[in-house]
Every structure is written in structure tokens, then in C-alpha cells.
Write a protein that binds this ligand. Structure first.
Ligand code: TXA
Ligand code: MG
Length: 343
């Protein structure tokens, strides 16, 4: 394998997720390569978490600012304990939800072996145990932690199919392991367990109420005073990746639409179309049955399809905030946020 090829002339192999692909993925990771693989949330772009060169290439392939740290993926809680310190709340959440769509931000164990580049120099580390047989198999065979941001160019929509990954990162990464459509469709929920109270940093594939039930207490919101958001005295923001404008399609999004205006595409939710809905230039429904789980699974894929339809504005019907609705509304708000150089 050519591990020193420049990023744009690298041939990207796509393989169905069979034993041969898993083998190829493990060899590629060991050689410092970049492998897109399925998790239950979205596709991740995997690299050896202990290999600084590999991680530098990963940031480069994504066009990701290097101050935005990565999630270390491991097979189980025992492996997580070798990277970080889990307090009682973290142990409880890990027992309740791992493997699954939950990432814990924890005090970093200095002997973890994870590259400083992966943690962006923070004294904390984000750790997750994915619930996907292909990801699990690759992690088990590789035997080391793997960093895996969503497998998209920085600022783009997260990929829920191998085709999305290829469209975004083809020619920039070594291998895509195609495990079909991801089941959850939005990224993991991120909870920091760094102080007295666990904090919700990013709503995601695990609904807040499930976490609060497991903790027996409400999760502190992310807008808590900054002092409680930091482990140690680092000046870095706790959730540096949570930029307002993210997940950006080319089209503008008009949220909470109760009508469709001339020339707009429609992202619908539920059984009833809004006024003008039958005139939409393109139309997709997140969930005709108004099921937030189905809506989350369809979200990024439908946004991509409507974006490709050439519409300049996508009207988005309101999605209730309950359950996965919190994560869906978070991603829609980021996709709709004003971006530099755009109206
Ligand atoms: O579902 C997921 O979490 C997917 C799959 C592939 O596992 N991964 C994913 O990674 O969404 P990424 O890199 O797209 O998002 C990770 C987020 C970023 O917003 C980053 O800033 C934050 O986690 N993060 C990572 N390490 C952190 C830390 N030590 N403290 C606070 N936030 C952290
Ligand atoms: Mg991402």
C-alpha cells in the first residue's frame, strides 16, 4: 500500500463488508491508512489512534481543523478504562448503553498511548463503543483504539451510506467498507463526565430521557458556566466541534415551515402535507408515520437527495423535540445556520 501518496491521487477501494474487507481494513489501519467503516450511527473515517502521522492524514483528508478532537473507538468498557478515568456516573452510563450510540468525554489517562493529535492536546478524551458487528470486528482484530470522525469532508453532512462516503472522500482515503445503510442515522450523543454533574455536549442517537433515567437525575445543559466544563486548566472549549454552522447542504433550509413557497423543495414529517406541499419542486418525507427514530435514520440521506435536486431552498416541516427529535432539530438548526460568505 502507498502510505505516502498525496491525498488526491490515492485510489479508494470500496469493498462489501465481508471477511476479506475486514482483513483489508485491519491491514490498512496497521499501515497508517484511512478506512471508512460503518457504525450504527453514521460511517466513520478510521485511523490508528496511536499513530500521529495517520491522524494528520485523516485531518487533511477531511479538511478538518486540527483543534477539533476525535472520538476514540474501542471494543468495550475494559478497553475504555485503559484510555480514560471513568467516574461512577460514567461507569453507570457505560454499563447501561455500551455498545451503543453514546460517547463519553472523560479525563485522559496519560499512559493511554493515544496521539496528542487525536485529543487536540486536551486533557480529556472522547470514547465510544460502537454497536455494529463490522466496526466491532475490525476493532477486535486491530487490537488498538481507532479514532473515527464522521466520514465526510469537514462541515458536510454525515454519511449514512458507503455511496455518501465515496462522493465526499473518494480519492482521499484508502478503503471504504460497505456495510449498507446505517441504522440510527445521526451521530452519537456526547456526554461529559468530568465533574460533579454529567453534561450533555451533543444530542444524538441516544435520547436524553434514556440517559437521565439511567442516571436518575437530569443532565446539565451545555450552557453551564465554563469553569465546570473543563477538566484541568486547559483553555480549549469543551466541545470544540460544535460550531454553529455545520452539516451544511448547498441549499438554504427554511425551518418550521407550515407552507411551501414557489420554487421550494420540501422535507416533510408526518402524514399531512403543508399548504403548497404538492407544488414542491422535490419532496421527501422523513417519516410518514411521524416516527422520530425513522426520521433520524432518513435525515442526512434525504437532505443530500433534496440538495442534489437543485433546489435553492428546502422547506422543512417542524419535528417534535421528544426522543431523537432533539438530535434531529440540533442537526437541522446547524444545517440552517448562516455560513461565512453566504446570505
Ligand atoms: O456517532 C458518532 O459519534 C460518529 C461515529 C463515526 O462514531 N463520530 C462522530 O465523530 O460523530 P465527529 O468527529 O464527527 O464528532 C465528534 C465530536 C466533535 O464535535 C468533537 O469536537 C467532539 O466530539 N469531541 C471529541 N473529543 C472531545 C473532547 N475531548 N471534549 C469535547 N468534545 C470532544
Ligand atoms: Mg462529524
Amino acid at each position: 500500500m502507498r502510505t505516502n501518496a498525496t491525498r488526491i491521487d490515492r485510489a479508494t477501494r470500496v469493498m462489501p463488508a465481508d471477511a476479506e474487507a475486514i482483513d483489508a481494513a485491519v491491514r490498512c489501519l496497521a499501515a497508517g491508512g484511512l478506512v471508512a467503516l460503518p457504525t450504527e450511527t453514521v460511517y466513520g473515517l478510521a485511523a490508528d489512534a496511536t499513530n500521529g502521522r495517520a491522524i494528520a492524514r485523516l485531518y487533511d483528508a477531511k479538511g478538518r481543523p486540527a483543534f477539533n478532537p476525535l472520538i476514540a473507538h474501542v471494543t468495550d468498557v475494559a478497553a475504555a478504562r485503559r484510555l480514560a478515568c471513568l467516574d461512577a456516573a460514567a461507569e453507570r452510563l457505560a454499563a447501561a448503553f455500551w455498545p451503543g450510540p453514546l460517547t463519553l468525554v472523560l479525563p485522559l489517562d496519560r499512559g493511554s498511548g493515544v496521539s496528542d493529535l487525536a485529543t487536540a492536546g486536551l486533557d480529556t478524551i472522547a470514547v465510544r463503543v460502537p454497536d455494529h458487528p463490522v466496526a466491532q470486528r475490525i476493532l477486535a482484530m486491530f487490537g488498538k483504539p481507532v479514532v473515527a470522525p464522521s466520514a465526510n469532508r469537514s462541515g458536510h453532512l454525515s454519511p449514512t451510506t458507503a455511496a455518501h462516503v465515496l462522493a465526499d472522500l473518494g480519492g482521499r482515503i484508502d478503503l471504504i467498507v460497505d456495510g449498507g445503510r446505517t441504522a440510527v442515522g445521526v451521530e452519537s450523543t456526547i456526554v461529559a463526565c468530568l465533574g460533579e454533574h454529567p453534561l450533555l455536549l451533543r444530542p444524538g442517537g441516544l435520547p436524553r430521557d434514556a440517559i437521565e433515567r439511567a442516571l436518575g437525575a437530569p443532565l446539565a445543559p451545555v450552557s453551564e458556566p465554563a469553569a465546570s466544563l473543563r477538566a484541568g486548566d486547559t483553555e480549549a472549549p469543551l466541545a470544540p466541534g460544535l460550531l454553529a454552522s455545520h452539516y451544511a447542504p448547498n441549499a438554504m433550509l427554511r425551518l418550521d415551515a407550515d407552507e411551501v413557497r414557489a420554487g421550494e423543495a420540501l422535507l416533510a414529517f408526518g402524514p399531512d402535507l403543508p399548504h403548497g406541499g404538492d407544488q414542491a419542486t422535490a419532496r421527501l418525507n422523513l417519516s410518514v408515520g411521524a416516527d422520530p427514530v425513522e426520521a433520524a435514520a432518513n435525515l442526512f440521506s434525504h437532505l443530500r437527495t433534496l440538495d442534489r435536486s437543485g433546489a435553492t431552498i428546502i422547506a422543512v416541516m417542524p419535528v417534535p423535540h421528544e426522543g431523537l427529535g432533539e438530535a434531529i432539530n440540533d442537526r437541522l438548526a446547524r444545517a440552517a445556520a448562516p455560513r461565512p460568505g453566504r446570505g
